[in-house]
Design a binder for this molecule. Structure first.
Ligand SMILES: Nc1nc2c(CCNCC3CCCCC3)c3[nH]c(NCCc4ccccc4)nc3cc2c(=O)[nH]1
Length: 373
């Protein structure tokens, strides 16, 4: 446990960084991948299994939890850590992004967002103040600013409007934040793929001052090349002594490319969601367990993987579980994918420490070109 929120930069290799974030509920080694626990659970996983994969922090979600079971209820029950039996750090997103992607109807005004719940059709409001308060009630170690993330492609004028609104909301979020030892709030850089807008957004957020800075507004349809080129001119102007969190990213090769461009933290539904759609991620690429070619295959998913799925089960068995829609299939594939993502991050942390990150990247891509896995 620690009493102050802080980021230690432990080493660098090129633009790649090795660090450690200290929070009220413990430390997070970076580069870090944060599994997503949308409705206070990482789907198909027990919390102790999530910890066993190596995850040191997971994500909760303001949008889902405010609708059901309600932030007040979770607060009364002792907060999200107790509610979901996870005693390590939790980061909660501010809900704005989920409103735009999930709610039936929504109206954005200067004050915030009014939306209709996708669950019961009732109307709700989310503002920088109410989002920040809900995240406090959830007792999140890391709170995200309330922002507006425009879908891409979008005209520069639209991207600028969303960025300027998000910067005004960032100041309101900061003013509503309750400073407590070990708890931090991250600003979210917006600006689409526009260099000048990204630079202005970083400038405005660092003027307000946060414990960390997220790069939002990406992984929304711009493609990997534009995402990487945006990182190329955004991370260099971000504070070096604070964590950088790229939101919603991503596939394994996205993670490697973004770490190489100076990103420290990531979250994505991909490893858990694809675990439920029978897609397994391995060091040699992805494997679709619905494919009949696995029907008689006695080999594990990945001979080199040490997860319970690869140690004890064959592809033939995983194919069987997939075809029969057995719950164990979801559990094993989710566990494998989260384990693989954590192994990938651990490998990058070691490579940066040993200053062999360039070789890590070469080996990572070479393995994936072999195909036929
Ligand atoms: N505030 C905020 N959040 C963003 C998010 C949500 C990050 N995940 C939260 C997490 C909380 C718990 C519930 C789940 C979500 C993003 N996700 C993506 N791409 C995802 C692209 C993607 C990747 C794989 C599958 C589907 C979609 N771009 C994002 C941009 C922003 C942004 O600017 N502002």
């Amino acid at each position: 446990m620690t009493d102050t929120f802080k980021f230690e930069l432990l080493g660098t290799d090129g633009k790649a960084r090795r660090g450690r974030v200290h929070t009220a509920h413990g430390a997070i080694n970076t580069p870090a991948f944060m599994p997503v626990g949308t409705a206070a659970t990482v789907k198909a996983m027990m919390p102790e299994s999530v910890a066993e994969t190596g995850a040191e922090i997971l994500l909760g979600n303001t949008y889902h939890l405010m609708l059901r079971p309600g932030a007040e209820r979770i607060e009364k029950l002792g907060g999200l850590h107790k509610f979901m039996n996870w005693d390590k750090p939790i980061l909660t997103d501010s809900g704005g992004f989920q409103v735009m992607s999930l709610a039936q109807l929504r109206k954005i005004t200067e004050d915030g967002v009014r939306f209709r719940s996708h669950i019961d059709g009732a109307y709700y409001d989310l503002t920088p103040e109410s989002s920040t308060e809900i995240q406090r009630q959830l007792d999140a170690d890391i709170t995200m600013c309330f922002d507006e993330c425009p879908a891409l492609p979008a005209p520069k004028e639209r991207v600028n409007e969303a960025m300027q609104l998000s910067m005004r909301w960032a100041r309101r979020s900061r003013e509503a934040f309750t400073h407590r030892p070990g708890y931090g709030q991250f600003g979210i850089v917006q600006g689409g793929t526009e260099k000048d807008l990204r630079e202005e957004s970083v400038e405005k957020l660092t003027e307000i001052g946060f414990e960390g800075y997220a790069i939002g507004g990406l992984a929304v349809g711009e493609g990997q090349e534009l995402m990487f080129s945006t990182l190329d001119f955004t991370t260099p102007v971000m504070p070096t002594d604070k964590p950088r969190y790229l939101m919603g990213v991503g596939k394994p090769d996205d993670l490697v490319g973004a770490v190489a461009r100076g990103v420290d933290m990531f979250d994505c539904v991909l490893p858990s969601r694809s675990g439920r759609t029978a897609e397994a991620w391995t060091r040699r690429g992805s494997v679709n367990l619905r494919n009949a070619r696995h029907k008689d295959d006695p080999r594990p998913l990945d001979e080199n993987c040490t997860c319970p799925c690869c140690k004890n089960y064959s592809r033939a068995y995983l194919y069987h579980l997939t075809k029969t829609k057995e719950i164990l299939g979801l559990m094993l594939l989710t566990w494998h994918n989260l384990h693989y993502y954590q192994e990938l991050m651990a490998g990058m942390r070691t490579a940066i420490e040993e200053e062999t990150f360039d070789k890590f990247v070469v080996d990572f891509h070479a393995l994936r070109e072999q195909g036929d896995i």
